[in-house]
Design a protein around this ligand. Structure first.
Ligand SMILES: [Zn+2]
Length: 263
């Protein structure tokens, strides 16, 4: 009887050891897979992954703390030049909408072109920040849209639109109809070119400056164009976008460091 108990104990201990090992192995594999899938570290807007820490989270994010031409900024024009009208040739609509955990983003069909000094920059997506990231002459807005454009070789240009509280925007109505969005799950959204156009104001005077991405890796050499005239969105629309993101997704204002801000 004693022997049987002894053997059973050994058997159970062996099973526990084996299962213990087999449980450990997939965990390591998961870790590796996780690292491979997400090249960059987790970042956010609060706690120990807040904007103040972005530069320390990953070697690839070092521009977030070391960069000298970062965005957002408090825009105060310091050079009055005759800026040409923006050469926007948007002809295509949108494909889908996604809440990537950092912003609500609308991905568009290829073929919407922003020509800058003869170079075509193609619109990739537009997304929203609540409240605004950039300020204009010290003023913050409740909502800011960013239209992100890229050349074939990866140069970036962003057009920013401020929103103040007022009349509802028809495109935001179509966007909000897709809420609530699950994180990282794209949902079809087919906005026509006209609906994309009306996210921007009709009066298109703008400020221009060199800046960065406002999210990690905070890469610089990004051309920024910020419309002077804000659009309007209703209180309900602004609150709906804020509720979907469920946090303030605005990076704090960054130093100008002697940059030229054209108007
Ligand atoms: Zn943005």
């Amino acid at each position: 009887m004693k022997k049987i108990i002894k053997y059973s104990t050994i058997a159970i201990a062996t099973i526990l050891l084996i299962s213990g090992c087999s449980e450990d192995t997939p965990k390591v594999e998961d870790g590796v897979k996780h690292e491979t899938k997400h090249h960059s570290k987790h970042w956010g807007y609060s706690g120990d992954v807040s904007p103040a820490h972005w530069g320390e989270l990953d070697e690839k994010f070092k521009m977030c703390s070391e960069g000298k031409q970062q965005t957002p900024i408090d825009i105060k024009a310091n050079k009055d030049i005759d800026l040409p009208a923006l050469d926007l040739k948007y002809t295509k609509g949108s494909k889908n909408i996604i809440d990537n955990g950092h912003a609500v983003q609308v991905n568009v069909e290829s073929g919407n072109i922003f020509n800058i000094d003869g170079t075509p920059y193609e619109l990739k997506q537009f997304h929203f920040h609540t409240p605004s990231e950039n300020h204009i002459n010290g003023k913050s807005y409740p909502l800011e849209a960013h239209f992100v454009h890229a050349t074939k070789d990866g140069k970036l240009a962003v057009i920013a639109v401020m929103f103040e509280e007022g009349t509802m925007n028809p495109t935001l109505t179509k966007i909000i109809k897709k809420f609530p969005l699950e994180h990282n799950k794209a949902v079809p959204l087919t906005l026509s070119k006209e609906y994309i156009d009306v996210v921007m104001p009709t009066k298109r005077e703008y400020y221009k400056f060199m800046g960065s991405l406002t999210t990690p890796p905070c890469s610089e050499q990004v051309k920024w164009f910020v419309f002077k005239t804000p659009q309007t969105a209703s209180k309900v629309q602004i609150e709906a976008i804020h509720k979907q993101i469920n946090k303030m997704n605005n990076r704090p204002i960054q130093p100008i460091n002697g940059r030229e801000i054209d108007e």
